[in-house]
Write a protein that binds this ligand. Structure first.
Ligand code: TRP
Length: 333
């Protein structure tokens, strides 16, 4: 008998092209685990509408860029299923049942939601406040056991677990209780040295940045503000150029040597940045190449997305049959 692989469900709310922080936070785990797990990756376009439903063209462009980014880093469409969230209306049906199970107090208490509202300083839509409940439907619709996400998403996965447990308690065992998995660098600092790397913070190095842009971003990257001359002892912790060396330079001896000399005031920012450029450029070259491959084959890219979405929908459709039965929702017709 074929042993069923455990399942991964993860994805991104498309708000722009993905960056180095996404890579070490979650993309790397997806790519590594895709052969061990039955992997589903969603392009969370309904989540994007919850941020601003008026920006239709921008959302669709963002979805496409995030799709290409996933393929570019090595998500293999022959192994993993990468699909469009809105292509599975059953997810939204599940979401509406879950909405009835979560109190208002619990919804607004979610730290991920609270933090984002504070950071973005906006009057959130109901869709935004309830996005963790939609996310629970994304995940539980597949009965995924593992969810690779960025650190900021941990409270969302906690809420998914709660919904699954509540449902199981009332309607008997239905859902697998999923676990979150955070990448090897949970919070990659941005090029401004102040905040975590993010698109909206304008402090990101994108996976699709070309050489010239990469060079320019590294050159203008914040380093150690307390260090004025190359002979001043410098700090490496919290210093973006070192954080990036640690995360992306495979030559550990080189990084250790630079860090040692930096702390002693024996190396200038120039040399550290030049070596960082080489390391990051080597890292990004195959990613850019794979992106180009799909960019030049839009028909193939679309075909994959259409077929994968169909395949993903079949899984959720099965789940919904069970859920409707358990909830006796159509008992009278
Ligand atoms: N909210 C997630 C983010 O902003 C994206 C997302 C939507 C997601 N649905 C998901 C992640 C399901 C994991 C599983 O990054």
């Amino acid at each position: 008998m074929k042993i069923k692989k455990p399942r991964i469900l993860t994805g991104d709310t498309p708000s722009g092209r993905l960056h180095l922080g996404h890579y070490v936070g979650t993309l790397e785990n997806r790519v590594k685990l895709q052969s061990q797990y039955d992997t589903f990756i969603l392009l969370a376009n309904v989540h994007a509408y919850a941020n601003d439903y008026t920006k239709i063209d921008q959302i669709n462009d963002n979805v496409y860029q995030v799709y290409l980014d996933n393929l570019a880093v090595g998500i293999d469409p022959n192994i993993s299923t990468i699909y469009l969230e809105s292509g599975i209306p059953e997810t939204l049906e599940l979401y509406s049942y879950f909405l009835t199970m979560v109190t208002h107090t619990r919804a607004v208490r979610n730290p991920s939601v609270k933090d984002e509202i504070k950071y973005k300083k906006f009057d959130p839509s109901m869709g935004f406040i309830c996005y963790p409940i939609l996310q629970a439907a994304d995940i539980l619709g597949f009965n995924a056991s593992l969810v690779p996400v960025g650190e900021d998403q941990l409270p969302v996965i906690e809420q998914t677990r709660e919904i699954a447990r509540d449902f199981n308690k009332v309607f008997a065992d239905t859902f697998v209780i999923p676990k979150a998995m955070v990448g090897r660098v949970p919070r990659l600092i941005g090029t401004d040295g102040q905040n975590k790397m993010s698109k909206s913070g304008h402090n990101a190095i994108l996976l699709s940045d070309d050489e010239v842009t990469l060079k320019q971003k590294i050159n203008s990257c914040y380093t150690d503000p307390s260090r004025i001359h190359a002979t001043d002892p410098g700090h490496v912790d919290g210093n973006p150029i070192f954080e990036y060396h640690y995360a992306f330079n495979p030559d550990k001896a080189e990084v250790d040597d630079l860090a040692k000399r930096y702390k002693q005031g024996q190396v200038g920012d120039r040399e550290v940045k030049d070596k960082l450029f080489i390391a990051l450029n080597n890292f990004l070259t195959p990613i850019r190449d794979k992106r180009k491959y799909y960019e030049q084959r839009p028909k193939l890219a679309k075909e994959i997305l259409v077929e994968s979405t169909k395949k993903a929908r079949k899984v959720v459709t099965k789940t919904l049959k069970i859920v409707r039965q358990k909830m006796a929702i159509n008992k009278l017709i």
